[in-house]
Design a protein around this ligand. Structure first.
Ligand code: HEM
Length: 170
């Protein structure tokens, strides 16, 4: 009797696989630079927006000087998310709920980030920004995987993951 087969095929071109790999790395770098920004904001809280902008560009402290990298990384990651949204195939001419949620989270996250800067990162807003970041990360990973692996083809029989009834050695 033939073994049930499970084929997983990458349905995208090499260029698209490279874009997804860079996009995911970029998304990770948004998290890393965000944590640096959060640490800088916590250890050296700014007293005004003007003072915080001056800190960004002329502080002696490396944590504060690196803070602006977060908005750069967020802008690049946003381009990747827009690319995923455009690339994800529509079903019956409709975009999937997942893509709509991703677009919503991206827009909210950028607004929350700007608000964070303007309001000097109050703790409540930091937590909301962090929560939306986690949700976005989950959706970006799922959307990237969906784009690369549009279908797992399997034979008519259900996929056999492990047969615990078989004796050892068979
Ligand atoms: C793709 C969109 C974005 C993502 C995924 C993102 C993600 C994050 C993450 C993970 C943190 C660390 C939070 C923590 O550890 O407490 C953070 C912090 C921060 N982000 Fe963003 N961010 C985004 C956009 C922006 C934008 C556009 C700005 C402002 C221009 C911004 C401003 C900040 C600031 C000021 C902090 C430090 C205060 C805090 O912890 O909330 N972010 N971000």
């Amino acid at each position: 009797m033939s073994e049930p087969q499970r084929r997983v095929s990458l349905a995208r071109s090499q260029a698209e696989i490279v874009v997804v790999a860079f996009g995911l790395l970029e998304t990770v770098s948004v998290g890393i630079t965000g944590s640096v920004a959060a640490l800088g904001d916590t250890l050296f809280p700014a007293v005004s927006l003007r003072a915080s902008l001056i800190q960004d560009f002329s502080s002696e402290n490396i944590l504060l000087r690196l803070r602006f990298l977060h908005s750069m990384a967020a802008a690049t990651a946003a381009i990747y998310v827009l690319w995923i949204i455009l690339k994800t195939p529509k079903s019956n001419g409709r975009v999937s709920n997942q893509v709509v949620m991703l677009a919503g989270l991206l827009i909210s996250q950028i607004c929350l980030g700007i608000l964070n800067v303007l309001l000097l990162a109050p703790v409540g807003l930091q937590l909301v920004h962090l929560l939306v970041a986690e949700l976005s990360w989950v959706l970006v990973v799922i959307a990237s995987a969906t784009l690369l692996l549009p279908a797992v083809e399997s034979d008519s029989e259900p996929t056999l993951i492990a047969d615990f009834t078989a004796p050892f050695g068979e």
